[in-house]
Design a protein around this ligand. Structure first.
Ligand SMILES: *Cc1c(COP(=O)(O)O)cnc(C)c1O
Length: 412
């Protein structure tokens, strides 16, 4: 398959056919199966080009104009551009674009605001909190005293009364809002009000919806949160990486929390790729994309419900859907296995109430491929049939190939 993005592919094939074959094999896998993992997307060729550029060679500890290494005058331009574009895109006074990942961004936000032992209120892990929101397997659970809020058993919506009650009783130093699987908009004004009432910082972990925010398809946490943490590789469609947005008062603390406190040298090739992605995200075409992502998710959720899946919260405001597949006679793990065999790739997730696992899926990648609402209906029907145990994997695979063949992620 000709891929101009892998512009050095021939060089690699010549020198190291073993690794070249792995790269091409992964491209074939991504192109030939349906990518419904909610956190994944297809970056543009321009983003891949920046990632594969000689900026990868440059050491650049510190910040533009104040580096610990020589020869940074060119890469400084890349970082200044990325910061300017991020600030303009999200209406933020300050942006740190060095965070290596979403988790690194959250770690730095905590480092900027908290001391070990502080109490933090966040969405509990069984309800869609991220590992960095207090998992005992993560630094967050080890170093801070996390208190989890939940969702209403009936509606699946964040239990605002419980948030207010826990905040008043536990007096957290920070409140975190944001999730790996919550499909609805978050009421940032509500969280701001509660944080103000108890004198807590508000940290919005917008790793998932930040791309929708960029396209005007989801509310912007920037006016409400003291610090916004995000990833650049989910709906935002940039390189794998993190980003932190905040006001002028916290800028110095946030920057020092990233470097030198939690990270070393910045990855300048990734930062250049972030600048490219922010440039793309500022276009009308991206706004159209972001709205289509949501329209597709709503259509997909509606058809999945028609097929008998129990869709959490009854639908979605975003790119994200979670659903219980028990009504189809399967648990989440079995369903994921059957779907994988048919070439439909998605995740299992904890279900808010009940002990089984459900499915978590998203429309960011398939929408980038150009799929629309007719394709969402087809995908819902196919997915439900496969989860029920029919048709034969070969038949399902053939239908997946028909779909993916019509919408190649890197055409030409
Ligand atoms: C994806 C995600 C992260 C972590 O991002 P990584 O880049 O995988 O470290 C953190 N928080 C939330 C809410 C996420 O969805």
């Amino acid at each position: 398959m000709p891929v101009s993005t892998l512009h050095e592919a021939d060089v690699l094939r010549e020198q190291d056919p073993e690794v070249a074959e792995i790269l091409m094999g992964e491209l074939r896998r991504q192109s030939a199966s349906l990518q419904l993992i909610a956190a994944e997307n297809f970056t543009s060729r321009a983003v891949l080009t920046a990632l594969g550029s000689p900026l990868a060679n440059k050491y650049a500890e510190g910040y533009p104009g104040a580096r610990h290494h020589g020869g940074c005058e060119i890469v400084d331009m890349a970082e200044r551009l990325a910061v300017e574009r991020a600030c303009a895109l999200f209406g933020s006074r300050h942006a740190n674009v060095q965070a290596h990942s979403g988790s690194s961004a959250v770690l730095a936000a905590y480092a900027a605001l908290l001391r070990p032992g502080d109490t933090v209120l966040a969405l509990g892990l069984p309800y869609g909190g991220h590992l960095t929101h207090g998992s005992p397997a993560n630094f967050s659970g080890r170093w801070f005293d996390f208190v989890g809020y939940g969702v209403d058993a009936e509606t699946g919506l964040i239990d605002h009364e419980q948030v207010r009650h826990l905040a008043r009783n536990r007096r957290p130093k920070a409140i975190v809002c944001g999730s790996i699987s919550y499909p609805r908009h978050i009421d940032y004004a509500f969280f701001r009000e509660v944080a103000d009432e108890v004198g807590a910082y508000l940290i919005a972990d917008a790793a998932h919806p930040i791309g929708l925010v960029a396209g005007g398809a989801a509310p912007n946490p920037v006016p409400y949160a003291d610090i916004v943490c995000a990833t650049t590789h989910k709906v935002l469609r940039g390189p794998r990486g993190g980003m932190i947005l905040c006001g002028a008062e916290l800028a110095g603390r946030v920057d020092r929390a990233v470097f030198p406190f939690t990270q070393g040298g910045a990855q300048m090739h990734t930062i250049a790729a972030k600048a490219v992605a922010f440039g793309e995200a500022a276009t009308p075409a991206f706004a159209t994309y972001a709205h289509q992502v949501v329209a597709n998710a709503r259509t997909l959720a509606g058809h999945l419900a028609e097929e008998g899946l129990a869709v959490t919260t009854g639908g979605t405001d975003t790119h994200l859907i979670t659903a219980d597949v028990a009504p189809l006679g399967a648990d989440g793990r079995t369903a994921r296995g059957r779907l994988a065999a048919a070439g439909i790739v998605l995740d299992c997730c904890a279900l808010p109430h009940g002990d089984g696992r459900g499915l978590r899926l998203g429309t960011a990648a398939v929408t980038t491929q150009g799929m629309g609402e007719p394709e969402m209906e087809r995908i819902a029907k196919l997915l439900a049939a496969v989860v029920r145990g029919h048709p034969e994997p070969a038949g399902a695979r053939a239908e997946v190939h028909e779909l993916t063949g019509a919408f190649p992620p890197y055409p030409g």
